[in-house]
Design a protein around this ligand. Structure first.
Ligand code: 4EH
Length: 228
């Protein structure tokens, strides 16, 4: 199967490129895409660069140009749920855009006409992830991710987003990627390992833990490929 593996930052994808070694690099649309063979699968990998717009572009290209049949996102996130500790893995069962705001017209935060507040991910992939986690003996959390174009490092902002959407974690790409996949009918899986807690010391925690957490997530995603 042709599988897209997408991250946002180099740290989120380089562990996989190092492992695969033999890959072809294709420059397209101000970014690089990497083609590799992994067991019986053809992989297309990329780091989109940060944010909803960049991740929308990359996910669309991986599906429309490179013909990915399923998309796995791997990366890090800021934990909202106090049960989630740095390094823990979270699979998003649904995601929202917390910064999509036409509340001035009486709409709920995160809603625009024609879409819903939450976009779901693929249940079969999420179930497969649970199987993988059980086999490896690692804890895998499942929950809601709130996406927006801001690095959250503020207790007040964190509480507000958590309250409105009941979100377990925040990041800057997941909801846009899931929306592209839903529109183009490609199964979508969004995995994040916690790098920080999105509070006052988030930027310091992030710098300390991004590499390790990104690697944890990347390794898990490759285990999913083994099962596809
Ligand atoms: O791709 C962006 C990265 C942070 S910005 C979103 N990623 C990491 C997930 C994430 C996150 N998002 C929002 C982890 N913690 C988050 C948080 N809020 N608290 C970045 C970081 N370092 C260098 C450049 N940009």
């Amino acid at each position: 199967m042709k599988i897209a593996i997408l991250g946002a930052m180099p740290e989120e994808i380089s562990p996989l490129l190092e492992k695969l070694q033999n890959y072809e690099k294709i420059n397209y649309a101000n970014n690089s895409y990497y083609l590799a063979q992994y067991k019986k699968h053809e992989l297309i990998l990329a780091y989109s660069k940060i944010g909803k717009v960049n991740s929308t572009l990359s996910a669309s290209i991986m599906i429309e140009k490179f013909k990915a049949e399923t998309l796995l996102f791997t990366g890090v996130a800021g934990a909202f749920n106090p049960n989630l500790k740095i390094g823990d893995l979270l699979v998003a069962n649904k995601l929202c855009q917390y910064d999509l705001d036409i509340t001035a017209f009486g709409h709920p935060l995160g809603f625009v006409p024609g879409n819903e507040v939450f976009v779901k991910t693929d249940e079969k992939l999420n179930a497969l992830a649970k199987e993988v986690a059980n086999e490896l003996g690692v804890k895998l959390h499942e929950g809601i991710i709130a996406t927006g174009d801001e690095f959250i490092c503020d207790e007040v902002k964190k509480s507000k987003i958590r309250e409105v959407f009941n979100a377990d974690a925040c990041e800057m790409e997941g909801a846009s990627v899931a929306l592209v996949c839903e529109a183009l009918k490609v199964p979508c899986f969004i995995l994040r390992a916690m790098s920080d807690e999105a509070g006052e010391k988030a930027e310091f925690d992030f710098d300390e833990f991004v590499v390790k957490s990104a690697q944890t997530s990347a390794e898990f995603v490759l285990k999913i490929c083994d099962k596809l």
